[in-house]
Ligand binder design. Structure first.
Ligand code: NDP
Length: 796
């Protein structure tokens, strides 16, 4: 039989190799030895480490290990470049980004082949997914650069950004970091992962050829220590990190108290939910992409299959059949499905995790089929017979391993999907769009794909909830991660306490103000809609801040009170966040109305505690409640139009439970200015009011009670601010912390928040003038929310 007839007979794939010649020629042109790219020049190679091809173990090049001096030089160059670069018009900056996008397209095959050789991913993926998305990212951000001053009129860039990326999508992660940073006017120092530096180095060459001013992009290669040196460098204004949750937590702790901007894109264990009415064949194809794309080394991989019990058997049988046709092999072969993992150490890590899972009762199925004898290859695997506690269900494997479980009802699907510390992505398959759109908002994840999976686009934000990190990449949210308000310095002061000046002695004697209240003014705590005695059984005195006279007492809250308050806030969270924005607005207006009704009492309380007249504070507090009632149904999302037959609905969601520690000053407004945006956006709150003058907020209980605010939405615990802040920051049931206090205590709060990767906002010892009307805008609204992008396909 001749060869062609034989092929028709067997329908076997023939080899379809992509030639590595040009990539090899490029490596040769650098003598296969690289220094860093700093200040527009290549440095001489220093101490090097090898970068190997994981498909065959052959060395591709030697890469220089970045030292502290290298980082210093890069920071110096980036700092010098910052002023002229940020001063360029958006149009000019946009043109550079456009030139980079064009250059990437022109050399797209070289980038794709080099990426595949360095990382092991199939050439089909690097050629058709990674590199086109890279170019798209630079094109998209060229537009943001040009429209920056119109779209973000009050914002300025951070300055010098340190960016650290992982090895799974080397050039794509670089694009996600560098494109928005440059568009916003920042300059960057980027460290690629040690296993995959080559396309970043080729990118440096492209920047040079595109005429990018020197120092705007600096590439420093190295290992974990180089990353650490970037994170710790005092000359860097913002750190953007993508990688493991473990390293993300360490970076959170190290940057605590430094005032550096921070965004963290961390790990995931994303659910892939298949309902019984799904188009099963499509769901199987989607699943192949969800878990075996890039050998499963994808942060948002659909690694947890949740399939409805009624179709489980049929679905698993079909999946096994499909697995048998997946081809594992040379990544440069255009007809393989699964390439090499990035390095031997990853293969070992996955094997160890599998052993643990099997010892805990898991059953592993691997399809038959050849695997190359040499190189970092693993067969696709399906794991069944697991409980939620099994290591393979709980841990991120970051390899070609799918774990399968079943569910009976939609409620159970949601509970299982959310039963993870991560919250990066989720996939839902159902032909019933009502069901899918009912489930999507209930999943705690930054991205939800309906009847599709692994959709990415530069216009659509990507990022996590919970321990998958905070900050977004892509779209408007991604741009704002590289910008800060231009006006913030105008409303902060290190020495002056706003609203506390102008009087030398109390304008009315304490005794006259106390009147009928002089008998006993010991306020309790407010937890779960009820006044509660403090667990400690202690009270703390409250004095007039001018005369020092005793004006009342409040409960001394402790760890247990915080625990109860967090429990109450968590219990109230689903109903409050599920309420319509209109209904929340009504309740905020009602709060304002009732506060106004008790204006005289509130006013007396302010005078009693501070000695000064509280007209302005009272007026501003009312205004603030009105302002955020007005925002409740207006600060909402968008519908993106990515280049696909799909829309992406960017939904603005609350963060969850926010711990708020109010400033000592402004006893009423200091709490209201923070409480109002938090609850307007659907968060529930544990509030620690001013520890010096807490009576305004203990009086506020009655306003809450008469305003129909559901129990548990606002919980108030009085006591020592720093002690209570520490307990809140360490509590895994709290999703975000807003803290007003000293620099040291702010550092403590940020450090303690690393435990579950809480989002934090701290005053770091500065006094913020919360009466400034600019705080009526979106400053705290943005901090009170996170964006979830729900991808919805259309077309018959
Ligand atoms: P790591 O967290 O180990 O590394 C990520 C980057 O950080 C690498 O450049 C690494 O350098 C560097 N690094 C390591 N230690 C430190 C440190 N102490 N301080 C500063 N930088 C450090 O992750 P991996 O590279 O192993 O990537 C796999 C992980 O990344 C997975 O867990 C995955 O979930 C996550 N990931 C998340 C994504 C997301 O968007 N959320 C996307 C991609 C991956 P080096 O590699 O040279 O040692």
């Amino acid at each position: 039989m001749n060869k062609i007839a034989q092929i028709f007979q067997t329908l076997d794939y023939g080899p379809a190799p992509e030639m590595p010649d040009q990539a090899n020629a490029w490596l040769d042109s650098h003598g296969r030895k690289f220094g860093h790219f700093i200040d527009g020049k290549w440095t001489k190679p220093g101490k090097t480490f090898a970068s190997d091809n994981p498909a065959n173990g052959e060395k591709l090049a030697d890469i220089t290990e970045g030292t502290a001096e290298d980082i210093n030089a890069a920071v110096k160059a980036a700092r010098a470049a910052f002023k002229p670069w940020s001063a360029l018009s958006g149009y000019e900056r946009g043109k550079y980004l456009y030139a980079i996008a064009r250059a990437i397209q022109k050399h797209s095959r070289l980038f794709a082949v080099l990426e595949t050789m360095d990382n092991g991913k199939p050439i089909r993926e690097s050629r058709d997914v990674d590199i086109p998305l890279v170019a798209r990212h630079f094109y998209h951000h060229a537009g943001w650069a040009q429209h920056l001053s119109r779209e973000f009129p009050d914002a300025v860039p951070y300055g010098v950004c340190g960016q650290i990326i992982p090895w799974n999508f080397p050039l794509l992660m670089l694009a996600w970091k560098i494109a928005p940073a440059l568009a916003a006017g920042n300059t960057v120092i980027l460290k690629p992962a040690e296993f995959t530096s080559l396309t970043a180095l080729l990118f440096a060459e492209i920047c040079d050829r595109a005429g990018l001013p020197k120092g705007v992009v600096n590439i420093v290669t190295g290992q974990g220590e180089t990353g650490q040196a970037i994170v710790a460098h005092e000359g860097i204004d913002k750190i953007a990190f993508t990688g493991s949750t473990e390293v993300g937590k360490a970076i959170r702790a190290v940057t605590a108290g430094t005032g550096k901007g921070l965004s963290l894109e961390l790990g995931g264990k994303s659910p892939y939910i298949v309902f019984e009415d799904a188009d099963i064949d499509s769901a199987i194809e989607g699943l192949v992409d969800a878990i075996w794309f890039n050998q499963g080394q994808v942060c948002c991989a659909g690694s947890r299959l949740l399939v409805q019990e009624s179709i489980e058997e049929r679905f698993i049988a079909k999946l096994k059949t499909r697995m048998a046709s997946l081809r594992v092999g040379d990544p440069l072969d255009k007809s393989i499905d699964i390439g090499a993992l990035v390095a031997p150490v990853q293969v070992e890590r996955i094997r160890d995790l599998m052993k643990r899972g099997v010892a805990e009762g898991a059953l592993v199925y691997e399809a038959d089929g050849p695997v190359p004898a040499k190189g970092c290859f693993l067969k696709p695997a399906l794991v069944t017979n697991v409980s939620p506690a099994n290591t393979l269900v709980a841990e991120e494997i970051f390899g070609p391993v799918l774990v399968a479980m079943s569910f009976r009802t939609p409620e159970e699907a949601v509970a299982l999907a959310n039963n993870t510390k991560y919250g990066l992505a989720a996939t839902i398959w159902s032909e019933n769009i009502n069901l899918a759109l009912d489930i999507a908002p209930k999943i705690k994840a930054g991205v939800v794909w309906i009847n599709g999976t692994n959709n990415f686009d530069a216009a659509v934000g990507f990022g996590g909830y919970k321990e998958s990190g905070f900050g977004r990449e892509g779209g408007r949210e991604g741009m704002s991660a590289y910008l800060k308000p231009a006006w913030i310095a105008e409303v902060t002061s290190a020495t002056q306490v706003p609203g506390m000046t102008g009087h030398k002695k109390p304008i009315m004697p304490v005794q006259a103000l106390l009147g009928d209240h002089s008998i006993d003014r010991t306020a309790k705590l407010y937890i779960g809609g009820k006044q509660a005695r403090p667990d400690s059984g202690y009270s703390r005195p409250v004095y007039n801040t001018m005369s020092g006279e005793l004006v009342g007492e409040v409960g001394e809250g402790n760890r247990k009170d915080i625990r109860n308050a967090v429990e109450a806030a968590r219990a109230a969270s689903p109903a409050w966040s599920g309420l319509s924005a209109h209904a929340r607005a009504q309740l905020l207006y009602y709060l304002a109305e009732n506060l106004e009704y008790r204006k005289n009492d509130a006013f007396t309380s302010l005078m009693l505690q501070t000695g000064r007249g509280g007209e302005l504070e009272m007026a501003r507090s009312l205004e603030r409640l009105f302002a955020f009632a007005g925002w409740a149904d207006k600060y909402d999302g968008a519908v993106h139009n990515p280049p696909a037959r799909a829309i992406a609905a960017a939904m603005v969601e609350p963060i969850g439970v926010i711990g708020i520690v109010a400033p000592d000053y402004l006893p009423l407004l200091g709490s209201i200015a923070l409480l109002a945006p938090a609850i307007a956006m659907g968060n529930t709150v544990v509030l620690v009011p001013s520890q010096v003058s807490p009576l305004s907020m203990t009086d506020f209980y009655q306003v809450i009670e008469t305003s129909d605010i559901p129990a548990g939405v606002i919980n108030i615990v009085t006591g020592d601010s720093n002690t209570l802040a520490k307990t809140l920051a360490e509590h895994d049931g709290v999703d975000a912390m807003w803290f007003f206090g000293s620099h040291e205590a702010s550092t403590m709060v940020e450090k303690a928040s690393a435990g579950n990767v809480k989002q934090t906002w701290t005053s770091r010892g500065l006094n913020y003038d919360l009466s400034d009307p600019r705080f009526e805008g979106d400053y705290f609204l943005a901090k009170a929310t996170q964006v979830k992008n729900v991808w919805i396909p259309y077309g018959a």
